[in-house]
Design a protein around this ligand. Structure first.
Ligand code: G6P
Length: 622
C-alpha cells in the first residue's frame, strides 16, 4: 500500500530514490513520483503514471534531476484514481496543474496510509484560503502542516506534531520544507517506516530492503513520533516535541535475499526458497530435538492454561490459520476459531485471559490484523504474533512474538512466508499437545522428525515441476476453476485457489467439497476444471465422490494426493502426487504443486507474476 523513500547526503539523490522505489514497487505500482532539492533552490517534482520504469525513463534514470536531498513515492491508489494529479509527491502551494515541475511550495510531501478525517480538514483549509488540485488525503495533510507552520510561525517538528493531533488514520509521512534545504522530516502512525544512517548520508523507507544497499544501521521509529533527518544523523521527537532516543538496529541479513538470483521471477525464486525458510524457522524453534519457545516468552505453564485459541489474519495468513485449526484441535484438543481480521476487529467477541489470540502476518503491518491485535489486547486476551518482518508493528505490540525466518519476500503472492508460518504453527500445535500431556515424548519426537523431513520432501516436489508447467499450458485459457477438499484439504484448497486467481486472473473458488452441491455445482459445465485435494485418508473417498459428481456434469478433473494412492488415476484426468508424511503436516507439501500451477499459468498467460494488477503486498489500509 504505497511505498515511500527519502535520501539526504552529498551525492545525487534521484538515482538512489529510484533504486529504493524499485525495491518497494511491490507495495503499489499505479504511479510514482520524486521531489528533489538542489541546495536552497525550490523542489523539482516529477511524476509518472504506471510502473516505475516510466518515472525512470522520464528522469533519465534519475540523472536528469540534480540535487542531494529528496523524497519518492510509489502509489497504490486509495483516494482518487491513478492519475498525474493524484500521484505523489504533493505540495502545499496553491498551484494549478498536477503540482509537478519546479514548485515554490513551502512544504512538499509523500505519504503512505489513509487520513480518515481528510474531508473535514479540507473544509477547514478551504475556509483559510487553500485550494486543492487533487482528490488525495495526502494533499490535505501537506497543506495542514503548511497551515500550522505559517500560522504559528513554528519549526517543522512543531508544525508536524500539531498536525498529528488533528488527523485521524494512519501515516508514514516524509516532508521537505523550503526553509530547511538539506533536511527531511518524517512522522509515523500505524504505517511502516525505517530510517537509516551512514557516515554522511541518511535514508528513509517503508521497508528495509529499499535502503539496505546503502546502510545496515536502521532506526524503527515508533508510532506518534517525528524524525528530523539530516545527512548522517537523525533526531527523534515525541508528540510534545521533546527529543527521544531510539536504539539503532544492525540488519544482519543480506541484500542478496532481495535479488532475483537468476530466477525469472521473485515468485519462482521464493517457491524454491521454501525448504530453506522452513529449515531456518524450525531451527529457531527446535533445538537438540526439543521444542523451545523461549524467545517468544511463552512458558509451558502459559500453554497449559489456554482454554481457547482465536487465530486472526488476512489473506494467505488466514489460510495458514485455517490449516492450523485442524492441526491444533486434533493434536492439542483445544477449541480453535479462525477469523478474518477485518471482521474480527468490529465484532464484540468476548475474550478472557485464558484465550490466546494468535495474529499471523508476514509483514507485521497489515492494518486489519494490527487493529484486531489491539482489540484482543484491550479485551484482556493473551496475544501471540507470528510475524516474518522483524521489528514490525504487530511484532512489537503483541505480548509474545514468534518470528518466522523466511527472509524478505518480494513477490506479491506469498509462498515461502506462508510455508514458514505453517511450520511455525505446526510446532506450536505439537508443543501445546506435549505440554498438556496429550501426546507422549515418543510421539512428540515422531512429529518433529516428520516436520524436519519436509524441506527435503519439498525439494523432491520441485524436481518435478515440469509436469505442472506442462499442465498449466493446457489450462491457461480456462475460465473457471474450483478447488475442493475437506478438513485440512479444504484449507489447502483455499490457498491453492488464491494463488491461482491472484496472479493468473482466472476466476477460481475454493469450496469445502461437501458444500459444493448446495448451489455452486450449478456453475460446473463442460470442461470446467475441478481440482480435488485428497491428502487426508479418512476423507479421500468422500472428496473423490464429490469430484465425480462434478465429472458427471462435464468437469475436467485434477487430483492432488499422496504417493501410493494410484487408484485415483481411474477417476481423474490428471494426477499430481506429493510424498507421504504425517497427515497433519500435508499442507506444507500439497501447497507446492498448487503454487507452481498458479505461477506457470500466470507465466503462460503473459502476466506480471510478481506484481499482479490491483494488489499490494503489504496492506496498510483497512
Ligand atoms: C496481502 C498479500 C497476501 C497476504 C495478506 C496478509 O493481500 O498479498 O500475500 O497474505 O496481504 O498480509 P500479511 O503481511 O499480514 O501476512
Amino acid at each position: 500500500m504505497c511505498g515511500i523513500v527519502g535520501y539526504t547526503g552529498h551525492v545525487q539523490a534521484a538515482p538512489i530514490l529510484l533504486d529504493g522505489l524499485a525495491r518497494l514497487e511491490y507495495r503499489g505500482y499505479d504511479s510514482a513520483g520524486l521531489a528533489v532539492r538542489n541546495g536552497s533552490s525550490p523542489a523539482e517534482v516529477v511524476k509518472a503514471i504506471g510502473k516505475l520504469y516510466h518515472l525512470a525513463d522520464k528522469t533519465d534514470q534519475g540523472r536528469a534531476l540534480p540535487g542531494t536531498c529528496g523524497i519518492g513515492h510509489t502509489r497504490w491508489a486509495t483516494h482518487g484514481d491513478p492519475s498525474m494529479v493524484n500521484a505523489h509527491p504533493h505540495v502545499s502551494g496553491n498551484c494549478s496543474g498536477s503540482g509537478s515541475g519546479t514548485v515554490e511550495s513551502d512544504v512538499v510531501g509523500v505519504h503512505n496510509g489513509i487520513i480518515e478525517n481528510f474531508t473535514e480538514l479540507k473544509e477547514k483549509l478551504l475556509r483559510h484560503g487553500y485550494s486543492f488540485y487533487s482528490e488525495t488525503d495526502t494533499e490535505v495533510v501537506v497543506k495542514l502542516v503548511d497551515y500550522y507552520y505559517k500560522k504559528y510561525k513554528i519549526g517543522p517538528v512543531d508544525a508536524i506534531t500539531r498536525t498529528m493531533v488533528r488527523v485521524r488514520g494512519s501515516y508514514a509521512l516524509a516532508l521537505m520544507f523550503k526553509d530547511y534545504p538539506e533536511e527531511i522530516f518524517v512522522a509515523r502512525k500505524d504505517s511502516p517506516l525505517v530510517i537509516g544512517t551512514s557516515e554522511d548520508a541518511s535514508f528513509l523507507a517503508s521497508d528495509v530492503p529499499a535502503i539496505l544497499k546503502f546502510t545496515r544501521s536502521v532506526y524503527y521509529i515508533d508510532n506518534l513520533q517525528v524524525g528530523r533527518i539530516s545527512p548522517g544523523s537523525v533526531k527523534f521527537y515525541d508528540l510534545n516535541g521533546d527529543e527521544v532516543q531510539l536504539p539503532v538496529t544492525e540488519i544482519t541479513w543480506d541484500t542478496a535475499a532481495a535479488e532475483k538470483d537468476g530466477y525469472e521471477h521473485f515468485m519462482l525464486k521464493e517457491i524454491h526458497e521454501q525448504p530453506k525458510a522452513i529449515r531456518e524457522t524450525l531451527g529457531s524453534l527446535v533445538r537438540e530435538g526439543k521444542i523451545t519457545l523461549e524467545e517468544t516468552g511463552l512458558t509451558e505453564e502459559m500453554l497449559r492454561g489456554i482454554s481457547r485459541i482465536d487465530i486472526v489474519a488476512c489473506g494467505s495468513a488466514w489460510h495458514v490459520g485455517m490449516a492450523s485449526q485442524y492441526v491444533i484441535e486434533d493434536l492439542a484438543r483445544i477449541p480453535v476459531r479462525v477469523e478474518l481480521a477485518s471482521e474480527y476487529r468490529y465484532r464484540s467477541v468476548p475474550l478472557a485471559p485464558d484465550t490466546l489470540v494468535i495474529v499471523i502476518s508476514q509483514s507485521g503491518e497489515t492494518a486489519d490484523s494490527l487493529a484486531a491485535l489491539r482489540v484482543a489486547k484491550e479485551r484482556g486476551a493473551k496475544t501471540l504474533a507470528v510475524v516474518n518482518v522483524i521489528g514490525s508493528t504487530i511484532a512489537r505490540e503483541a505480548d509474545h512474538t514468534l518470528y518466522t525466518l523466511a527472509g524478505p519476500e518480494i513477490a506479491v503472492a506469498t509462498t515461502k512466508a506462508y510455508s514458514a508460518q505453517l511450520i511455525a504453527m505446526d510446532v506450536l500445535a505439537v508443543q501445546l499437545a506435549a505440554v498438556r500431556g496429550i501426546i507422549t515424548e515418543e510421539q512428540t519426537a515422531g512429529y518433529l522428525a516428520a516436520l524436519e523431513a519436509i524441506p527435503d520432501q519439498i525439494g523432491r516436489i520441485l524436481e518435478e515441476k515440469e509436469r505442472l508447467q506442462w499442465f498449466s499450458s493446457k489450462i491457461a485459457n480456462t475460465h473457471d476453476i474450483f478447488f475442493i477438499g475437506r478438513g485440512l484439504d479444504y484449507a489447502i484448497s483455499l490457498e491453492g485457489s488464491l494463488k491461482m486467481k491472484e496472479i493468473s486472473y482466472i476466476h477460481s473458488e475454493a469450496y469445502a467439497a461437501g458444500e459444493l452441491k448446495h448451489g455452486t455445482i450449478s456453475l460446473v459445465e463442460q470442461n470446467t476444471l475441478v481440482i480435488g485435494v485428497l491428502t487426508q485418508g479418512n476423507l479421500f473417498e468422500k472428496t473423490l465422490s464429490n469430484m465425480l459428481e462434478c465429472k458427471s456434469r462435464g468437469a475436467y478433473l485434477m487430483g492432488l494426493t499422496t504417493n501410493g494412492n494410484f487408484s485415483v488415476e481411474d477417476s481423474v484426468n490428471f494426477t499430481v502426487y506429493v510424498p507421504k508424511t504425517d497427515e497433519h503436516f500435508l499442507a506444507s507439501l500439497a501447497i507446492v504443486p498448487l503454487q507452481l500451477l498458479g505461477y506457470y499459468t500466470s507465466v503462460n498467460r503473459g502476466l506480471d507474476v510478481d506484481k499482479p494488477r490491483n494488489l499490494a503486498k503489504s496492506v496498510t489500509v483497512e
